[in-house]
Design a protein around this ligand. Sequence first.
Ligand SMILES: [Zn+2]
Ligand SMILES: [Zn+2]
Length: 396
Amino acid sequence: MTYLRARHYYEYRYDKFTIETARRGVVHYDKFLTEFESKLPKGEKLDKPGNAFVVNVFYMQTVGNELIHRYEKREQTISEWMACDESLDERIANARLSEEPYCRHCGKQGLRIIDKSLMHRGENYEIDDLKEVLFMLKCPQCEKNSAFWEDGTSWKVKPTLCPKCNSDVTHKTSKTKKAITITYTCTSCKHSFKDRMDLSAKEEAPDPHFDEDRINYCLVDKEFRDRLFRMKHDFEGMAQLGKEMQEKRDNKHIYDAVKEIKKPKIAELIPLLSEPLEKDGYIEFHLDKPEMGREAYVGFSCLDSKSDRKDYDSRKTLKKLVDSALEDTNWRLMSDGTSYRLGYLNGRVRAYESEEDLKKLAMRSKNLKPKQTGGDATPKNNNYTIKGENGDTIIL
Ligand SMILES: [Zn+2]
Ligand SMILES: [Zn+2]
């Protein structure tokens, strides 16, 4: 027996599952459609743009997205299944008995391998546990079979015992076209019991709609496939846009504060900083050449003209003055601070330009008003919501 089969076997298996999933989704979708239609205002049709939109969103949620997902995963999944079965075949083909076995019945050697198969070893195993290769060998002397695992351990059959008194039993086998029946009789209490093995292969019930459903649900039909992909793409775009608008509404107070932030040009920094500094005795304010990398920095220097102000106080006062002068702007004094020597001070300021950075500044700004909960904030009650198949709420 080999595991690897022709490709169409796997394709059928994959598509069958897709079709079953789709059919379940369609039941859910149809139920929704009936309910939705019954709730429409008098005279309104399902194909009215707004309604058609709701219906399409729901179709994608219950059926469409899953079809696309399975369509996209199909080739990969089938290849993986085939690779897995192929590796099982290789495993069996490469298996060798670790030692020359003895016939379990007559003790002779020279047995012939008649079968190799993968089996679970031991009695208590999970279906996913690793299987091992079991060798079936025929003795040319006594013509009886013995079974061994790859490592040479012989396969042990659990003896059937009488369920009433635990004694040995004898058995008789009878075979019909439909089943094999083994009748056991206890050697001690004569209790008799049967074991029946059904031979009639359970044929799958024919599925008259399989082929047409496969064309549809497995997205063989190009026109339908393109339509689904387009809808998915459009809805994702709208969802993203909706999310962004929602964020703007929810954080309106932050965006308002961002608008309040002044963005002085480098030249404008000179009066902005030099005026308050001069008032407090820092003279000869100068800007260095700006450093323009991913972020923009400008160094500055000045002289402390107050003779009684010492190093620490001078730096601390300067920091306070610069922080306060820049407070409403997108410039900040760098955390590496200011240096002081002989009354000569220098430091660096940095510009915050990206929207994310400006939002962070705004959140720390004193212009930030409390978050709005009524009025302009998100309307909570006028969304149309529906329940998805998994119980998740879909907001339209
Ligand atoms: Zn033998
Ligand atoms: Zn018994």
